[in-house]
Design a protein around this ligand. Structure first.
Ligand code: KIV
Length: 277
């Protein structure tokens, strides 16, 4: 039986009911359709595609057009899964007007279910303006990859009393601005637990320990497809890369030995071929 698609309202309802859920990425039609066939409730078309799909070393550098290009096929591939479209660096920081314009393009051109953007209390006035005009916004605090170079790299955030206090203030500011959920990335488990207890919207944790409302992972990481590096918080639930290399090697072996293709994989109807050569 196909799963029932979550709505924005379900996020808060799940939290109130203590019902946990799961969230992963997709950047294309085929992976989206595979996630759609699974029990995972939410897909993010994340700007992590800069690394997993485009081979960059950070998430900075993808454009609004790039994101829209990838969100469209995901929406087509996953009709029963809630889909968040990531707002890329530079598409929302300038002004609330710029953020509204970019978010409207994402929602209107792709038909995804919400937008996600990075930032805490500093972004709250912009988020409030977006929510006020009817844009569903998912927040993202902690280690926000678009600002990784300001943090000196991909580093755990909120590891000091001041850092933890700042994260709680950020989460509360986003909640007050009207987000319906908040991604919290790479923070100590105790801090993520405190954040989960501090706000009424679900905390979607990635590298944030067990005491959050929802676990998030990049699909290319959790299925063992991305091979460049593996962050500490990533558990590989499958090793698809190894399976793919095995399959490709078998294809190569049978191609060079002539074992492939057999008549089963050939068009075998006899025809008279005129002498052309
Ligand atoms: O772009 C992305 O994949 C993300 C997740 C890491 C939450 O923002």
């Amino acid at each position: 039986m196909s799963k029932k698609k979550m709505t924005v309202l379900d996020f808060k309802k799940y939290k109130e009911e203590g019902r946990k859920f799961a969230y992963c990425t997709a950047y294309d039609y085929t992976i989206a359709s595979i996630v759609n066939d699974s029990d995972v409730e939410v897909i993010l078309v994340g700007d992590s595609l800069a690394m997993t799909m485009l081979g960059r070393s950070t998430t900075v550098g993808v454009t609004l057009d790039d994101m829209i290009h990838h969100i469209k096929p995901v929406v087509l591939g996953a009709p029963n899964t809630f889909i968040a479209g990531d707002m890329p660096f530079g598409s929302y920081q300038e002004s609330p007007e710029q953020a509204i314009r970019s978010a409207c393009r994402i929602l209107m051109e792709t038909n995804c279910d919400c937008v996600k953007l990075e930032g805490g209390a500093n972004m709250a006035p912009t988020i409030k303006r977006m929510v006020d005009v009817g844009i569903p916004v998912m927040g993202h605090i902690g280690m926000t990859p678009q600002s990784a170079s300001s943090f000196g790299g991909f580093k755990v955030q909120g590891g000091t009393p001041e850092g933890a206090k700042k994260l709680i203030e950020d989460a509360k500011a986003l909640e007050a601005a009207g987000v319906f959920s908040i991604v919290v990335e790479c923070v100590p488990s105790v801090v993520a637990k405190a954040l989960t207890e501090a706000v009424s919207v679900p905390i979607l944790g990635i590298g944030a320990g067990p005491d959050v409302d929802c676990q998030v992972l990049v699909t290319h990481d959790l299925l063992g497809m991305y091979g460049d590096f593996k962050p500490k918080f990533v558990k590989r639930f499958a090793n698809i890369r190894e399976e793919m290399v095995k399959g490709l090697n078998l294809f190569h072996e049978e191609s060079v030995s002539g074992a492939f293709p057999t008549p089963e994989y050939s068009f075998n109807k006899a025809v008279d071929i005129p002498k052309l050569y």
